[in-house]
Design a protein. Structure first.
Length: 368
């Protein structure tokens, strides 16, 4: 069986994030055709768990990173992950294809001895150009042009490119990268939530250390009074790690910031719908995929939903008034929320059992 080595910026055995959830899903699907190996950055490089090859993840020296970025004439994020330790690990690995999870992990591959002799597949995961330009202040706006240049350069050095967004795949094809594939993935069905038995509770899910989630959290706090006005027992629960660098905000009535929840499955079983007013980015959209896998209704913006509108039938609502109205309707009409959740669960389950996500990954990696 051919070997496929995945290059990850995080340790899948010791960390849990949205992009890792999708990376694990892709790796599981790839195992039908490949012997899957992993090279990852890790805070515990001495660990031998799962047989992964771990490379030490060190604290970022901002001054040193900026200097290396200037010398290399590359963006900060691409410079940060172009590490000699990763190059060495790639050189020492025997593989029939290397898979960079995030475009910036193509950098150490392109410096390795394997470049030009072993195919590279790139999963862009999310456009760092969009995220940095919109959420990293003046530094992000200045660096976003270099990130775009770096993303295109790495993509041109790859044999095949995968994206989680259809428009992003089209962007790469229009840039002359013909082997750009849309990975229209969905998650395996989980136990269906009991929307019919839910209270008037909405939930926002997301690690707020990720700037687009923090931005959405702040927007939702502004909109919540209009959503909850006149609805007895209306509640908004915020689940996920807070942004420790952000200024603490007073929460409106009816909002609870829960942070980490011990039993997420049981908690979501009590919710009426997921609300996701994401304004920036694209890519993974794990919160939407997870809600669909459970049959939990979703109210989201176009940036939150993206290409999943075509896949799962979840509409992206562009205006504040539309988001507010949709949330109020679900809080007030449990029967409608139940019907929407049932339809979403059935759509997601049908796709999974028809193996459509598996086919998408197989066709992408077959191109390598």
């Amino acid at each position: 069986m051919k070997k496929a080595t995945f290059l990850l910026a995080k340790d899948p055995s010791h960390e849990s994030t949205g992009d890792l959830t999708m990376a694990k899903l892709v790796m599981d699907m790839a195992r039908s055709s490949f012997d899957v190996r992993v090279i990852c950055l890790s805070a515990t490089p001495e660990s031998t768990k799962d047989g992964h090859r771990r490379v030490a993840k060190r604290e970022v020296d901002l001054a040193g990173l900026a200097l290396r970025s200037v010398k290399a004439r590359r963006s900060l994020v691409h410079t940060r992950f172009d590490l000699d330790g990763l190059v060495d690990a790639i050189n020492e690995s025997e593989s029939d294809v290397f898979v960079a999870d995030h475009t910036y992990l193509g950098e150490p591959f392109l410096r390795s001895d394997k470049a030009g002799t072993v195919p590279l597949a790139v999963n862009t995961v999310v456009s760092e150009t969009l995220v940095w330009g919109a959420t990293r202040g003046i530094v992000g706006k200045l660096d976003s042009r270099r990130i775009l240049r770096d993303e295109l350069r790495v993509a041109r050095g790859a044999y095949t490119v995968g994206t989680y967004d259809e428009e992003e795949a089209e962007f790469y094809r229009n840039a002359g990268i013909s082997r750009a594939h849309w990975l229209d993935l969905t998650l395996p069905p989980k136990k269906q939530v009991d929307v019919a038995g839910s209270s008037r509770r909405l939930v926002f899910l997301g690690d707020r250390q990720w700037p687009p989630n923090q931005e959405a959290f702040e927007i939702l706090l502004q909109w919540w009074p209009d959503i909850a006005r006149g609805i007895d027992g209306a509640e908004l629960c915020i689940v996920g790690s807070p942004d420790t660098s952000a200024k603490q905000r007073d929460l409106p009535d009816g909002v609870r910031d829960l942070g980490f929840v011990d039993d997420l499955d049981a908690f979501l079983d009590s919710c009426r719908a997921l609300v996701a007013p994401i304004m920036t980015g694209g890519g993974v959209r794990v919160k939407i995929l997870d809600a669909a896998s459970r049959g939990l209704p979703v109210v989201g913006t176009p940036a939150a939903v993206g290409s999943l509108e075509a896949v799962l039938g979840v509409s992206g609502l562009p205006e504040r008034a539309e988001i507010v109205s949709a949330c109020r309707e679900l809080l007030l009409d449990r029967d409608k929320a139940t019907a929407i959740g049932d339809a979403l669960f059935q759509t997601n389950s049908s796709r999974w059992f028809d193996r459509k996500p598996h086919t998408s990954v197989a066709e992408w990696l077959a191109a390598s």
